[in-house]
Design a protein around this ligand. Structure first.
Ligand SMILES: [Zn+2]
Length: 64
């Protein structure tokens, strides 16, 4: 794992949050949640719509 890759992941992460901040079903603002899995060394990110309950699995990020 290198620094360049880490920077790319962080930039992509920011873009995802900015673009996918609304529910594609009802248009409400999504609530983001992060789950850190230390065993797998990953951050699992998901977004949930509080209005209609749709859950979006955004992406997993490696913690390296
Ligand atoms: Zn919704």
């Amino acid at each position: 794992m290198n620094m360049k890759n880490d920077t790319t992941i962080k930039r992509r992460h920011k873009e995802i949050i900015e673009k996918e901040c609304t529910c594609s079903v009802c248009g409400s603002k999504l609530e983001f949640a992060h789950f850190i899995d230390y065993g797998m060394k990953q951050v699992k990110e998901s977004a949930v719509c509080k209005d209609c309950g749709v859950r979006y699995q955004i992406r997993n990020f490696a913690l390296n």
